[in-house]
Design a protein around this ligand. Structure first.
Ligand code: ARG
Length: 463
């Protein structure tokens, strides 16, 4: 290893002509991957400790390198470190500074290691932490959802299929659907950790190394679970980045569906909820406007997450084994998606903390569109032991009549209903009450008030 003077890259003995200034500039990822400095220094310290333990480097050199790395850590932390994009990335930057601090002995740091495994170990360590941060954001969002659900067990609204009124439900049941989605997201992130806990350090450039290194030692020290099993696969693998970007995309899809629904319900046409001033924006020309920009922001960002996932998929498509410069963009995509999903979950909570439910309108809408027809059909089946299809036809005829007369189901007389089946009596009238309808959906996972209370207790235990 040369003394690395005058900003020359380490390969300047081999590649003598000066480099393209343009490519030196655009080919550097320093301004993106400098956020890996903590992980890089931690992994390098562990690496040299391992090199000493396996008698590859001496005690003095190990200590000298660790001293230098710790000094660099403090310089970066205190913003005293000069980042210069003559260095291709954070790894070369730190190595260059190490040379300045301790001289030629710095060259021992890169024994039995390549940037190919170095970047992966840093990136995986970062992603384990980032995954935990996302899980925390999800937990906080779920806690808030439970709080909202608890306050709204008896708030009745219509459910929709095809955006047509379907059956009465509790608003708590509706909002808890999002808790289920976010809980699946959390599981997805937890599953991803399995692959993240495989230690890439020590596979070197592609083939492994002739040094008698101890990958078990670095695995344990860096809190991984196992060393990776194939050096070629290790340096080529970015599946963990895809998993991360995909999991973020699915999570954002849930946030986006929530946003779209709240936008609709906040509209003047639906008027089921009202966003508070904290989460709306005005118009530059229409003084009356209060627009749901926060929700539109969340819905829009989902496109960015999908874009990042598709960029990574496309970068990997057809890429032969093993490392190529193409892969350098993986970090920018992961960092951007991570930063944004964190913000998106926070903004979602801002919205959840700042809306009012229009209970009157919810009740009115739940009573519109013959939403209790299915209750009548189910009652007929259970009371008279009719096949469901027969009960469905009788109920359809009753709905047709009500519609023709411009009445709601509970405004029909029992005699009018008896035109379609003699057995019907005034007992049926209570079926048209939307609260009774909700109450009756006692099947596991259904919307009955009792079920919701039990589910809330269960969620609270797991929260
Ligand atoms: N900055 C590079 C990246 O993130 C590090 C790996 C460089 N390896 C190499 N063989 N050029 O991809």
């Amino acid at each position: 290893m040369s003394k690395n003077k005058n900003n020359k890259p380490v390969w300047s003995t081999r590649i003598k002509k000066s480099r393209s200034t343009l490519f030196t500039k655009v080919g550097s990822s320093l301004y993106i991957d400098k956020r890996l400095y903590k992980q890089d220094i931690k992994a390098s310290i562990t690496h040299v400790e391992m090199l000493f333990k396996t008698k590859i480097i001496s005690f003095q050199i190990k200590n000298k390198i660790i001293w230098g790395l710790k000094k660099i850590f403090n310089e970066i932390k205190k913003k005293k470190f000069i980042f210069n994009n003559q260095s291709e990335d954070i790894h070369m930057s730190i190595e260059k500074r190490l040379f300045e601090l301790i001289g030629e002995d710095a060259g021992f740091v890169h024994t039995a290691r390549s940037r190919n495994d170095q970047v992966l170990v840093d990136f995986k360590l970062w992603m384990i932490e980032a995954t935990d941060v996302i899980i925390k954001e999800i937990d906080a969002t779920n806690k808030l959802i439970i709080k909202i659900a608890e306050k709204n067990i008896y708030t009745v609204m219509p459910s929709f299929t095809h955006l047509k009124n379907a059956q009465p439900i509790s608003f708590a049941h509706y909002i808890l659907a999002y808790l289920e989605m976010l809980t699946r997201d959390k599981k997805r992130f937890l599953n991803n950790k399995e692959n993240l806990f495989e230690n890439p350090l020590g596979v070197a450039a592609v083939a492994g190394t002739s040094f008698n290194i101890d990958r078990g030692y670095t695995t344990k020290k860096l809190k991984f679970k196992n060393p990776t099993g194939n050096s070629i696969d290790t340096v080529s693998d970015r599946d963990f980045v895809l998993d991360f970007l995909y999991s973020i995309s699915v999570c954002s899809n849930h946030i986006s569906r929530f946003s779209e629904e709240f936008i609709l319900w906040n509209s003047d046409a639906f008027d089921l909820i009202k966003l508070k001033n904290k989460v709306v924006t005005g118009s530059s020309i229409m003084p009356q406007k209060k627009n749901p920009d926060t929700l539109e922001y969340l819905r829009g960002k989902t496109g960015i997450f999908y874009g990042n996932l598709f960029s990574m998929l496309t970068i990997l498509k057809g890429l032969p084994l093993s490392y190529f410069k193409d892969l350098q963009d993986d970090k920018e995509l992961a960092f951007k998606s991570f930063d944004q999903i964190k913000i998106s979950l926070q903004v979602m909570r801002e919205v959840l903390n700042n809306f009012i439910i229009n209970k009157k309108k919810m009740t009115k809408l739940a009573e519109t569109g013959y939403t209790t027809s299915t209750d009548l059909a189910e009652y007929i089946v259970q009371k008279y032991k009719y096949p469901f299809r027969k009960a469905y036809i009788i109920t359809s005829k009753i709905v047709n009549l009500a519609e023709k007369k411009g009445k709601k189901l509970d405004q029909l007389t029992v005699n009018e209903m008896r035109l379609f089946d003699k057995k019907l009596n005034e007992d049926v009238l209570k079926l048209f009450n939307i609260e009774n309808s909700v109450k009756s959906k006692k099947s596991y996972g259904g919307t009955s008030f009792e079920n919701i209370k039990k589910m809330i207790n269960k969620y609270k235990k797991n929260a």
